[in-house]
Design a protein around this ligand. Structure first.
Ligand code: PGA
Ligand code: ZN
Length: 401
């Protein structure tokens, strides 16, 4: 597979920050574009994204000149070439954003060449080895309906309050989740005034609350009123690396209360990013005997593991988690993100693919989540165009496209 042209430009993400878009054409004339998201509550061990202008310059002046007319056998060959060309551990020379944008555009152009949907091509590249007894083949949706932490200007310590529909299809999941989302918005406006239905970075509601558990009380009440409470699970991304002014003891008390009162399915980053020990303690105390997806509580690493197989090996050795967040832009290439999924499966962890808080309208991540048969897909609220793009892509995928 030869690349005949590669261009790059800056575009805006959903927070009005510059990010990278590339357009790549293969020698067969097939063209594809790709843009990359950006996080705000980023882990210290994530691959380095450079300022968009620098990343664009690197794509045009370094990457383009080195890859045009070169023959790449497959996705892994291109990604390995780019990683070597960068030469740093954190991709800080060319930028993880520069490399990932090129990697995704190449993936997409290859899928188009084969005339198959992107998720199908991802399955081929992944060489899917999906064990039907441990994976659902159909990620559950992790819908973020209340935003706090760094994603909102409110008083919530936790970053994301997740509704996780427990139904069979994407269409039904979206239906259940949006009904609760709308009912919650109306209840918030009634209880706290009109402005309470304003949205945070990922489209969830973002008013002040009485305490960090009040969102759960209100989500549960809204679901119960709709008779949907038995069709959902609840979860949080605490994003605890960025929680200020709460001791570990207070956090632990809060989790105990949360687990007792709401029996959540999912807690992400309960402690800060190097606290492997306390992750292990909460996993041991709550996760039950079952591994990964079968556990009654998934304790997931995000800032802890950063889609990085070295960090994952550490977390595995210390028994810190039974689930993981996979974000391709934390590691900076499609191949490495697939390697992280593979390793997570080897460890028996539940796999939750995730968008970032700063997104573009690129819907790649929906194909990726479905393609690798993730157990979960975290994609924000069913609001704001950059989130809706992913929801609508899933509905399309479900129709076989
Ligand atoms: P981020 O947040 O994209 O701002 O890092 C998402 C998350 O922590 O899961
Ligand atoms: Zn997170």
């Amino acid at each position: 597979m030869k690349v005949s042209s590669l261009s790059a430009r800056q575009i805006l993400d959903s927070r009005g920050q510059w990010t990278v878009e590339v357009a790549l054409t293969l020698q067969n004339g097939v063209r594809a574009t790709a843009s990359v998201p950006q996080g705000k509550s980023t882990g210290a061990t994530e691959a380095r994204a450079l300022p968009a202008a620098m990343a664009v310059r690197n794509i045009k002046s370094v990457i383009a000149t080195r890859i045009i007319h070169k023959d790449f056998l497959d996705q892994a060959a291109l990604d390995e070439f780019l990683v070597r060309l960068d030469g740093t551990k954190a991709k800080s020379r060319l930028g993880a954003n520069a490399i990932l944008a090129v990697s995704i555009a190449f993936l997409r152009a290859t899928a188009r060449t084969k005339k198959v949907p992107l998720w199908k091509h991802i399955r081929d590249v992944y060489g899917i080895w999906v064990d039907p007894t441990t994976t659902t083949l159909h990620p559950r949706l992790f819908m973020n309906v209340v935003n706090g932490g760094l994603h909102a200007g409110n008083n919530l310590h936790f970053q994301e309050y997740l509704v996780i529909p427990r139904v069979r299809t994407f269409a039904e999941s979206v239906d259940v989740g949006t009904k609760i989302y709308h009912a919650l918005g109306a209840a918030l406006a009634r209880a706290k005034g009109h402005g309470a239905a304003n949205l945070g970075d990922e489209g969830g509601f973002a008013p002040n609350f009485k305490d960090d558990l009040e969102p759960f009380r209100m989500i549960h009440a809204a679901a119960k009123k709709l008779k949907l409470d038995k069709k959902i699970d609840l979860g949080i991304d605490a994003a605890a690396t960025d929680i200020k002014g709460m001791t570990r003891a207070r956090l632990n008390n809060l989790y105990k209360k949360l687990i007792k009162e709401y029996a959540p399915l999912y807690i992400e980053d309960p402690f800060s990013e190097n606290d492997f020990k306390n992750f292990a303690a909460i996993t041991a105390a709550n996760a039950g005997a079952g591994a990964g997806v079968k556990s009654k509580l998934w304790i997931a690493g995000d800032d802890l593991t950063t889609t990085n197989t070295d960090r994952m090996a550490l977390a595995h050795a210390k028994k810190s988690v039974n689930a993981i967040i996979i974000k391709p832009n934390q590691i900076g290439s499609v191949t490495e993100a697939l390697n992280a999924v593979r390793l997570a499966r080897e460890y028996g962890w539940a796999v939750v693919v995730s968008h970032r808080s700063g997104e573009t309208n690129d819907d790649f991540i929906a194909d990726f989540a479905y393609g690798v048969a993730a157990d979960g897909f975290k994609l924000g609220a069913p609001a704001r165009g950059e989130r809706v793009a992913k929801y609508n892509r899933l509905l399309e995928i479900e129709e076989g496209k």
